[in-house]
Design a protein around this ligand. Structure first.
Ligand code: 5AD
Ligand code: SF4
Length: 510
């Protein structure tokens, strides 16, 4: 261990200490890495809810005259964490910038889901080196899922010693203190909690837009699918209390937001950790649908926990959209077993039937991994046949990527990379074929579009999304931005629709 590693600071056992003074007792001048082994052994500790986030008096104004830049990798959960960190920066007096050259603090909010996601981040840390050398006062920080991996922290300590700050996913609320430490310390500040944090309710947020908003309903994941790093990087399942979520959604509705996406790594496990009430996602959705907001979505689902109560509530429609993202991962029961998904191909298909019966017009999308260790041609064919049978609208498809510390990473893998790539291509061809077919059905129909702004490629064209999350490009007045309008589809492409705004509703609405 070199000098820098030895001196890197790590905070241990932070859960019940509130003030800066109390925390300081727990700073150790040795580096204690986050531990995947500990994550796997986690028990049923009580979750504490806090509403007492404040910027300490002595840190107020820390950002005066300074600018921050956050680059976000990965999923919507990470995007939303970035909104929280931006909120904290703003409360500290920092201003946002979208140029790294202009920034006084650069944070990389990282994703650990696959190796290529991690490689991109290491590439970026490398690119930022000359800037850091030129501007020694610049604070360069790495946070998010990768920071929760001990191998990543070790690599940064060894190979990227110019990084100033590393912190994880459980201690975002400590940002003011961590920045302060980074300014004061000549050494790299590392604060990663291997134990998940409590739920902090009143963190500030600077939301990216004023039309759509993300709302966390739970944190963490207890599913431990054999390929996935998330249960380790995001910790155990902790649900927010329903009243806090309902209040946040009401507040967003009052501010004029039109669409809410409820977020969690496994939203169907919502409420399972409550000891005092029996309350699940279906119950929550049943409350939320009474709020005057145009659309409510949720992501992401696990088929095992998708219960009848939720289906019954979703069938009520209204502001609950008829689009469900339901990751299947594989169409083979043997592979699903190796993945520890806890359902079979037949059970997944049964669930799909139940959903389609209750919500006849439902659109389903999914996630699929190809080339899982030892996946045979026949097993891959089962994935293709399941895809056709369900008739998904679209899918995110991935080649399996071994993640250190997960059970699948220890499995022997006899599928050559060329075979994995070929399977991905075949699957993508099917995904495109079915998507194109489904999109074609829209031609001549009228859809409801939530207009988000001008199209990226042409400022004369507006762009927005349907209830089923299809991107529609159409001609219309700028005054339509932020509104729900009716658009007649004139042309379907594989992934997007072209149309014309119509004054009144005509024909069927999809
Ligand atoms: N390799 C490839 N894909 C993965 N996913 C999660 N872990 C891995 C991995 N190790 C995919 C799953 C998940 C999505 C978010 O990422 O399909 O649903
Ligand atoms: Fe990536 Fe998962 Fe972390 Fe999201 S939660 S950033 S998908 S590793």
């Amino acid at each position: 261990m070199n000098e820098k590693q030895r001196l890197a600071t790590t905070l241990v056992n932070p859960s019940d200490k509130k003030s800066e003074k109390d925390y300081s007792k727990y700073f150790e001048r040795v580096y204690i890495p986050p531990s995947l082994k500990d994550a796997k052994k986690r028990g049923k500790e009580e979750v504490k809810y806090h509403k007492d986030f404040v910027i300490p008096e002595h840190l107020k104004g820390m950002g005066e005259g300074r600018k921050f830049y956050i680059r976000t990798y990965g999923c919507q959960m990470n995007e939303h964490d970035t909104e929280v960190m931006a909120g904290i920066f703003m409360q500290l007096g920092y201003k946002p910038t979208d140029s790294t050259e202009d920034a006084d603090v650069i944070l990389l909010n990282t994703c650990a889901i696959r190796e290529n996601a991690e490689n991109k981040v290491f590439g970026e840390i490398g690119h930022l080196k000359p800037l850091k050398m030129e501007k020694p006062d610049l604070i360069l920080g790495v946070c998010g899922c990768m920071s929760q991996e001990e191998s990543v922290v070790n690599k940064i300590l060894k190979q990227y010693q110019y990084v100033d700050l590393i912190f994880g996913t459980h201690n975002i609320h400590r940002l003011p203190h961590l920045l302060n430490e980074a300014y004061m310390s000549k050494e790299m500040v590392v604060e990663v909690w291997s134990k998940e944090g409590d739920v902090i309710e009143n963190l500030p947020k600077v939301r990216k837009g004023n039309i759509k908003a993300w709302v966390n309903i739970m944190y963490g994941c207890d599913k431990f699918c054999t390929y996935c790093i998330v249960p380790y990087t995001r910790g155990k399942e902790r649900s927010r209390r329903p009243e806090d979520i309902i209040q946040e959604v009401r507040h967003l509705a009052a501010q004029g937001y039109k669409e809410i996406t409820l977020l969690g790594q496994n939203v169907n496990a919502y409420g399972k950790d409550f000891d005092d009430i029996k309350y699940g996602l279906g119950d929550l959705m049943d409350e939320l649908r009474k709020i005057d907001i145009a659309r409510i979505r949720f992501t992401t689902s696990h088929p095992k926990d998708f219960d009848d109560r939720l289906i019954e509530v979703l069938a009520k429609g209204g502001n609950l959209v008829d689009h469900i993202h339901l990751p299947v991962q594989s169409g083979s029961s043997e592979i699903l077993k190796l993945m520890a998904r806890k359902y079979t191909r037949e059970q997944y298909l049964e669930l799909v039937q139940k959903i389609k019966k209750a919500i006849p017009n439902v659109s389903l999308t999914t996630d699929i991994i190809v080339g899982f260790p030892n996946e045979t041609d026949e097993q891959f064919e089962e994935t293709l046949s399941l895809y056709r049978e369900v008739g998904f609208d679209s899918a995110y498809t991935f080649i399996y990527s071994p993640r250190e510390g997960t059970p699948a990473a220890k499995m022997k893998d006899n599928v050559p990379m060329e075979v994995k790539k070929e399977r991905l291509q075949r699957l993508n061809a099917l995904v495109n074929e079915i998507s194109a077919q489904k999109m074609k059905e829209y031609e001549g129909k009228v859809v409801e579009v939530l207009v988000e702004g001008e199209s990226k490629n042409n400022p004369d064209i507006l762009a927005g999304y349907t209830r089923k999350n299809k991107l529609v490009n159409f001609k219309g007045p700028k005054s339509a931005i932020g509104q729900l309008v009716k658009v007649k589809i004139t042309k379907a492409k594989t992934w997007t629709l072209d149309g014309e705004m119509v004054e009144e509703q005509i024909g069927v609405t999809l």
